[in-house]
Design a protein around this ligand. Structure first.
Ligand SMILES: [Zn+2]
Ligand SMILES: [Zn+2]
Length: 273
């Protein structure tokens, strides 16, 4: 029985959506739970983190790690509704790539201060341990070493790789590929990984050309990357808020014709590595 699993609490990009036409894939923005043994790591705190937070408290957890890929609103909007922050005996360790223009503390405080929020950062009951890191350096949390890589998406965005028991999970969002060939640095980073969650907001032969340089990639570029890296399955994430179930299903069918085990991830999907 594996003790390494990945659960997608939010797979949407840019902003949460709801409605009948989003029912299958879900409308919550990025939030991924990585469980390794007894340790839980959260990647990004999009709106999917609201349900995750309730679940962590129901499990009786008193601490966890949050690894932010970057500070864009769709990746942190769930912090305001993350129940553990309102629990005095909860410790949240936050790690995020370092920016030159604003500190991690200042960024987080902005989210919880007037005029954006009535809560007040200083009045949050939970204990916070927020530290930024230089992208490309390894992070050691507990007895887990997490590798990081710089992504092409504005300032300071990091991809993460978790290795455990000979298995590996990689998350690369938000990111735009450069040119037609996979980036050699990312190929090395993804080498032999079992599951790669990848920013596939667009499709190369439909909506990507109109959104070039917006900082997001395509399922075709993700597929080329995992093939070059000898990696296992692709889990496409960061679905556009305009992409309804019918569109995502049709893209998934095209992907699976080329890579049967790969998917467009749905909110609630669990993968055991
Ligand atoms: Zn995003
Ligand atoms: Zn972003």
């Amino acid at each position: 029985m594996s003790d390494f699993s990945v659960r997608f609490w939010g797979t949407r990009g840019s902003m949460p959506v709801s409605g009948e036409c989003f029912r299958t894939f879900g409308g919550n923005t990025i939030c991924i739970e990585v469980a390794i043994g007894e340790q839980v790591f959260i990647i990004d705190c999009g709106s999917g983190a609201v349900a995750l937070g309730r679940n962590l408290l129901a499990e009786g957890r008193r601490s966890t790690w949050l690894l932010l890929t970057h500070i864009h609103l769709d990746h942190v909007i769930g912090l305001a509704g993350f129940a553990p922050l309102h629990s005095a005996d909860f410790t949240l360790g936050i790690r995020a790539p370092r920016r030159s223009d604003i500190s991690l503390h200042q960024s987080l405080r902005l989210l919880f201060e007037e005029p954006l929020s009535p809560i007040g950062f200083a009045s949050l009951p939970a204990r916070l341990d927020a530290v930024s890191f230089e992208t490309g350096r390894d992070i050691v949390l507990g007895d887990i070493v997490i590798r990081t890589v710089a992504l092409r998406h504005g300032a300071a965005t990091a991809g993460y790789r978790f290795d455990h028991g000979g298995r590996a999970f990689v998350v690369l969002t938000d990111h735009e590929h450069a040119g037609d060939a996979p980036d050699p640095d990312l190929v090395r980073f993804c080498r032999d990984a079992d599951l790669i969650a990848y920013d596939a907001m667009w499709c190369a032969d439909s909506d990507y050309p109109a959104h070039r340089d917006w900082g997001h990639s395509t399922w075709q570029a993700g597929l080329a990357l995992i093939k070059e890296a000898g990696a296992g399955r692709l889990a496409c994430i960061h679905h556009a808020p305009t992409a309804d179930d019918a569109l995502l299903r049709s893209r998934e069918a095209r992907l699976q014709a080329l890579a049967p085990d790969s998917v467009f991830a749905r909110d609630g999907d669990v993968f055991t590595l």
